[in-house]
Design a protein around this ligand. Structure first.
Ligand code: ZN
Ligand code: ZN
Ligand code: FE
Length: 759
């Protein structure tokens, strides 16, 4: 008599909307087991019964080779009495009050669907909403959990008999694919020009291609919002797009049909290739080889381009190669300057009326807007710059047991974070909370995540800065609910974010937190900080010597003012031969001098970002900026080949005095050294200085763990130099992997700090 065995299994993680049940169904049938599986609001429940050997095979496969899109966070097995049943069944989903489950992010079109879409014999031939259990929209169309069709924006489309048959058949690859559709029953595209529908379905797509070819600007409804698109080789179209979008200089993202098209222009490493082709399909920053025929207006004075590959069926149809259809399209979020991306039809048609020549829209509603994600690659790993589509709302899983916390995030590149149990649900990129539109989007997203993951915060965390809209919102929430409020110093949050991102949240590290702006405990604007601490507390071990930030924003927007402020603090002449002095008119200089001398509307700052700005202007690269980080980005891009030279700094009393650095740099400038070379030397100086400081701290405190966080680390040259130097010296280095080093990762750190204080 073979041994009988039965198990009750509960699985938690991303196990819904990823073909989990049909996969288990087939496996159970193959393993001759009987029983059932169902989706509940907190995971997947299974009961199986059969012979012990068969059961062992089943469990082995389940543990070692789960379906590709699933992410299993935990599995519980309980032995039960063997039971008799004739078959294995998939039962109806069960909703539990207060239970929750991670929701799958949106997933790019899979190869099977692409094959069908380009097969003239298939019933979904050229259908731009083709999807299956392995691909398609998820988070952007989900209104609630469990992730079932009636809880998505596909609810209003009644499936046709053919789609319904696939949907009901556990052996079909569209079994319970919630957004499944076909040309007979699903959404359709339309092309709209001047408020009138010009074409439908395939004709709309073909005409859209024609318009792009003719140099027109098209607004295209995508997965998480609208894009603005044009031919990337057409300089007129690209600069028209810049004008109409009111966006000067800030780089545009590009979409290419395939890798080959990208490799003509950019260097693609193995790591970059796997990121570009990953199911998440982010925009990847790639070093430029040669611009050839691309418009120079796409990313002015930058040595990187942001490329992505098509990720929705519509993109594949639009960019499908053809002799004269452009191979590379500008694909930038459809918004005006810093407003959030448009995602509702009426809103897009109205707001973008003067920007786009035509609109390619469709009637599948986007429930929540999600921007494209952006990343760069370092030693074959992704370094997130913007975490959104494809990644959110996938939580960061942690071994820490977290209370229910709401962490409000920062002002720029905002994300927020909600925690519960072993999950930190960090939101998709919301944007800069500087205008009402973005703030409304923020509040809506907070509500949506709270509802989706059933989180009622007990603790609220926010930045120390009282004027951030996110901080005000957090305080209001804390007040209304009489909840505990934890105000977190900005750079401490960066450090904690890096620790949490690396599952090292219990440890103490040296944090090299190089950043633009964050309010310090002493009321100054911090940003060039070496902290020693953990998620509970921190000490400021070293910081850049304070420099006056005259007129706040005025100096942030005008690096030339920052350069002169540096000279003023170091009692160096405003020599007419120096580029920043020439860049400002007599009157501006006179006013700045009065402001500095009389200390009018002036704050002290240790910002690393401002040091980069000042140097960028000092060597004549950029005196005024049009987007955040521009001066530093162009400074980095100006490096040609690096020599090993660097400038000295003085370390004493916890202060990094950059006066020797600035003096040596000016003397190089006066000797006629090229800006390429000075820029290289300046970057090396910061790397060498970082090593020196870490060695001092290690000698004193015996700490070998170093965390790199803060927006300045997006500087790839600085990052890799510093990383190499410290690594060579035996430091245990941690860098961001799941959340950005910039303020987009801040909310995760805030949450972890609030959690440990709460212990
Ligand atoms: Zn598919
Ligand atoms: Zn159908
Ligand atoms: Fe920051």
């Amino acid at each position: 008599m073979p041994l009988k065995k039965a198990l009750k299994i509960h699985i938690n993680g991303i196990v819904q909307g990823v073909g989990f049940r049909p996969w288990v169904y087939s496996l159970a049938v193959k393993s001759r087991l009987t029983g059932w599986i169902l989706n509940s609001s907190n995971g997947v429940d299974i009961q199986v019964s059969g012979e012990k050997n068969d059961m062992d095979d089943f469990i082995q496969t389940l543990i070692n080779h789960p379906p590709p899109l699933s992410q299993i966070d935990s599995m519980e097995f309980v032995d039960i009495e063997p039971f008799d049943s004739d078959n294995f069944k998939i039962l109806d989903s069960r909703t539990l009050v207060n239970a929750y489950l991670p929701v799958s992010p949106d997933i790019s079109t899979c190869d099977d669907c692409l094959r069908e879409m380009f097969n003239p014999q298939d019933r979904r031939y050229r259908y731009p909403f083709i999807n299956c259990t392995n691909c398609g929209p998820r988070f952007s169309i989900a209104k609630d959990i469990p992730y079932d069709r009636h809880n998505t924006t596909m609810a209003s489309f009644q499936m046709c008999p053919a789609c319904q048959r696939e949907y009901n058949n556990p052996l079909d690859r569209r079994y319970h694919a919630q957004p499944t559709a076909c040309p007979d029953c699903g959404p359709q595209v339309q092309l709209i020009i001047e408020g009138k529908v010009i074409a439908d379905a395939d004709e709309a797509i073909l005409l859209s291609r024609q318009l792009i070819k003719e140099g027109k600007i098209l607004s295209i409804k995508g997965i998480g919002g609208y894009h603005l698109a044009c031919d990337a080789r057409n300089s007129q179209a690209v600069s028209a797009l810049r004008d109409r979008k009111k966006r000067s200089d800030k780089p545009f993202a590009l979409m290419a049909y395939d890798m080959e098209a990208i490799s003509k222009y950019c260097l693609i490493t193995e790591g970059a290739k796997s990121l570009l082709t990953s199911k998440e399909r982010p925009i990847v920053l790639l070093p430029v080889k040669n611009l050839f025929d691309l418009s120079g207006d796409i990313a002015p004075r930058q040595n990187h381009l942001g490329f992505m590959l098509p990720y929705s069926p519509l993109h594949h149809l639009l960019l499908q190669p053809d002799n004269d259809v452009p191979q590379i399209w500008v694909m930038t979020s459809a918004n005006l300057s810093e407003e959030p991306v448009a995602y509702r039809d009426e809103e897009a048609l109205e707001r973008l009326n003067h920007v786009a020549d035509a609109f390619l829209i469709h009637n599948r509603e986007i429930h929540i807007r999600v921007d494209d994600s952006v990343g760069s690659v370092f030693s074959n790993e992704m370094q997130p710059i913007r975490r959104a589509r494809g990644y959110a709302p996938c939580p960061i899983r942690t071994s820490a047991d977290l209370p229910q916390i709401f962490a409000a995030g920062a002002e720029l590149k905002n994300t927020f974070c909600l925690t519960r149990d072993h999950y930190a649900f960090i939101s998709h990129h919301i944007g800069d909370l500087e205008n009402l539109e973005t703030f409304i989007a923020y509040r809506e997203a907070v509500e949506h995540y709270q509802r989706l993951f059933r989180i009622q915060p007990e603790v609220i965390a926010c930045d120390l800065h009282p004027d951030y809209l996110a901080s005000r919102f957090a305080k209001q929430l804390a007040n209304e609910g009489s909840l505990k409020l934890v105000e977190v110093q900005h750079h401490h949050a960066h450090l904690a974010s890096c620790l949490a991102d690396n599952q090292r949240w219990k440890e103490t590290a040296i944090g090299l937190i190089y950043d633009g702006t964050g309010l310090g405990n002493d009321g100054a604007i911090w940003g060039g900080e070496v902290l020693v601490g953990n998620c509970g507390k921190f000490k400021r071990a070293y910081h850049l010597r304070y420099i006056p930030l005259a007129g706040g924003d005025a100096s942030i927007r005008t690096p030339a003012r920052m350069a002169l402020s540096y000279l003023w603090r170091y009692e160096l002449d405003w020599d007419e031969a120096l580029p920043p002095v020439k860049a400002l008119c007599m009157e501006d200089r006179a006013l700045l001098r009065i402001q500095l001398e009389k200390n009018i509307n002036t704050m002290e700052t240790s910002s690393m970002g401002r040091l980069f700005d000042a140097v960028s202007s000092l060597i004549g690269i950029r005196h005024r900026i049009n987007y955040e980080g521009q001066a530093a980005i162009e400074l980095e891009s100006s490096i040609e080949d690096s020599d090993s030279g660097f400038y000295p700094v003085t370390l004493g009393n916890g202060i990094i005095d950059t006066q020797p650095l600035i003096e040596a740099l000016i003397s190089d400038l006066k000797r006629g050294l090229s800006s390429h070379q000075i820029s290289s030397r300046f970057h090396q100086s910061i790397a060498v200085m970082s090593l020196e400081i870490c060695k001092k701290i290690r000698a004193e405190k015996d700490i070998n763990l170093v965390a790199l966080s803060g927006g300045v680390w997006q500087n790839k040259f600085l990052f890799s130099k510093t990383y190499q130097l410290l690594k060579q010296d035996g430091f245990d280095m941690i860098i961001h992997k799941n959340v950005p080093a910039n303020d987009g990762g801040l909310s995760l750190g805030q949450a972890f700090i609030a959690a440990s204080i709460n212990e």
